[in-house]
Write a protein that binds this ligand. Structure first.
Ligand SMILES: [Fe+2]
Length: 592
């Protein structure tokens, strides 16, 4: 039984292929098309999935789309009609794009893939999210919480899973969305919606949550976890370009100018920002205000998600929780769920956002529609394309790139450890690339986290990104408790997928200065020998040499570009950055 799941036409198009219930391949389209957050029909990702399984489209039994376009269109039309005449533009845009394109998803799938109608199924947006987490979790029974911007009508659902059954018990409907509330602040703070949410999370620890009372004017949470937004502050329900309105600005002041660099007295002023502006002090003060706003919305979001989780625990009495939806990528909130609610274990799969809907749609068909027993567990995130050593070397030779082939893995690891110990920044390209937005040691940039200057070096030479964004540590799972406040780290799946923020243990922040955030936390990745033997081996060996089995890990891409997929993209990124060495399989490329 071959089942292909597809998500697209909103953001992060993706495909995932199950063969007899086992995930064979999954990828976001952006990794192939090289358009960040590509939302178009995921032609290339589908082609890759089929190639990986060695089958053709005619061998696929069902193609499952992750949401119901007609229901979503109904929501957009109904909402637009409720706020006429303010929403004429939304109405017009919706009619054009939906009538031309999105509504006819079945026709598009049939035309693109040449498959008959009876092979095409549809799931629902939040059901796909729920299936994408519970049905590949290690749990036989668990509560399920999905929280995002919006699907068809639902913005959050409360459910439970048992065996192959996924039941959504109730939902919070548009426009009362914690995801859209967070996005309104993302826009207010000068970042791009659906892209800059991580920046808000990174900025928050530089501020104090001084404006919680103001943020709380915008919403109300009931005891059962229901959320109500005061829509008089927002305009995302009747505008395609703006999320908040004049009343919001009256409450919080002018939005942050997106062209202003962000820095505060405590973040420092990186040299790649150029000369200090004449009004430096004034800008520091303004940015401090915006950091305080970021801290306030982050705090309120965490409180809302915690309230939802507590209510769901009350309702179900279960002690395991599965989460999905864009808000489940808020790794700070995830860390607090395990610490502060009665839930003892949390599962989040690496593509918790809409890309993961492709996996959820396929799992939904396999288990909920066809009733097949569960046999797959998401133990790792390496479901993308890989390149063999001979393909890598053929590429390097063909492009006339000087390289050194190590005799074996052992020798390669020794050399990489030497580079790390010399303070070098390394492009690390190994095996199949990751599913979801995080780089987890297959397409990563790595460095020594013990050097105080490493964060600035990586930011200045490679990432050119805002100084407030933290870098993450990859730690071998057996050593995680030595450095981080995380008991029984092997149990926590979100930590495998870098979806968990925890405190750094007292005193260890000085040992790991480059990955310890300003509030003494870290978004750690625990690395397991059985799932990532090579990456584990590298960190272990680095630990033997340095005394600390932890590396700094950031995604292998330049600012604004998707993470690299191919050896050619890796090399091009290497050459356009200040990285010192590039490791592709057992082959090493250096500069000069
Ligand atoms: Fe979603």
């Amino acid at each position: 039984m071959n089942i292909l799941g597809i998500s697209c036409f909103y953001h992060d198009a993706a495909a995932a292929l199950l063969v007899d219930g086992q995930l064979i391949a999954a990828s976001e389209e952006e990794r192939f098309s090289r358009k960040k957050h590509d939302a178009e029909f995921p032609k290339l990702a589908i082609q890759f999935c089929l190639e990986q399984a060695g089958i053709g489209i005619q061998d696929v039994d069902y193609i499952v789309f992750y949401e119901k376009p007609f229901v979503k269109f109904e929501r957009i039309l109904t909402t637009a009609l409720q706020s006429v005449p303010r929403s004429w533009k939304v109405f017009g845009d919706a009619m054009t794009t939906w009538m031309l394109d999105k509504l006819w998803v079945k026709n598009i799938i049939r035309a693109e893939l040449g498959v008959p109608n009876d092979k095409i199924l549809f799931s629902e947006h939040h059901l796909s999210h729920a299936a994408s987490t519970f049905l590949c979790s290690p749990f036989d029974e668990a509560a399920i919480l999905t929280v995002d911007g919006v699907g068809e009508w639902a913005c959050a659902t409360f459910g439970r899973g048992r065996g192959t059954d996924v039941s959504l018990l109730r939902e919070i409907r548009f426009p009362h969305s914690v995801g859209l509330l967070y996005s309104a602040f993302t826009a207010f703070l000068g970042f791009e919606v659906n892209e800059g949410e991580y920046k808000v999370m990174g900025m928050a620890p530089y501020g104090e949550p001084r404006y919680v009372d103001k943020v709380q004017k915008l919403y109300k949470v009931e005891r059962d976890g229901s959320l109500w937004l005061d829509m008089s502050y927002f305009c995302f329900h009747h505008s395609t370009t703006r999320t908040f309105n004049g009343k919001f600005v009256e409450l919080f002041g002018e939005p942050r100018d997106p062209d202003w660099n962000f820095f505060t007295a405590s973040s420092g002023y990186p040299e790649y920002y150029g000369d200090k502006p004449a009004d430096f002090e004034h800008r520091c003060e303004r940015n401090q205000f915006y950091a305080d706003v970021a801290a306030s919305i982050q705090h309120c979001t965490e409180e809302i998600v915690l309230a939802m989780a507590r209510a769901l625990h009350n309702e179900t009495g279960l002690d395991k929780l599965c989460m999905a939806g864009g808000v489940a990528l808020n790794s700070v909130a995830n860390g607090r769920i395990v610490k502060e609610t009665p839930f003892k274990e949390l599962f989040v799969q690496p593509a918790a956002g809409d890309g993961g809907g492709a996996l959820g749609a396929a799992l939904f068909a396999q288990h909920c529609v066809l009733g097949k027993p569960r046999s797959f567990r998401m133990e790792h995130a390496y479901w993308g394309k890989s390149y063999r050593d001979d393909e890598i070397v053929d590429y390097l030779r063909g492009a006339n790139i000087t390289h050194t082939r190590c005799a074996n893995e052992d020798q390669m690891l020794d050399r990489v450890v030497d580079h790390l110990r010399s303070g070098h920044v390394i492009g690390w390209f190994q095996d199949r690339f990751e599913w979801g937005p995080r780089a987890l040691g297959a397409r990563s940039i790595i460095a020594d986290p013990g050097r105080a200057d490493m964060k600035d070096i990586v930011n200045t030479k490679i990432k050119f990104r805002e100084p407030f964004r933290p870098f993450a540590p990859s730690v071998i799972v057996d050593a995680a408790e030595r450095y981080f406040e995380l008991e029984t780290p092997e149990k926590h799946y979100p930590a495998r997928f870098m979806l968990f923020v925890v405190d750094v243990k007292p005193g260890q922040g000085d040992v790991l200065p480059a990955i310890t955030h300003v509030d003494n936390t870290a978004r750690l990745q625990t690395v397991h020998r059985d799932q990532s033997p090579l990456y584990y081996g590298l960190i272990e060996r680095f630990g033997q040499a340095s005394g600390v089995p932890v590396v700094l890990n950031t995604s292998f891409n330049l600012k604004g570009e998707p993470i690299v997929s191919t050896p050619a993209q890796a090399h091009s990124t290497f050459m356009r950055s200040g990285m010192d060495a590039l490791v592709l399989g057992n082959t090493i490329v250096t500069k000069g």
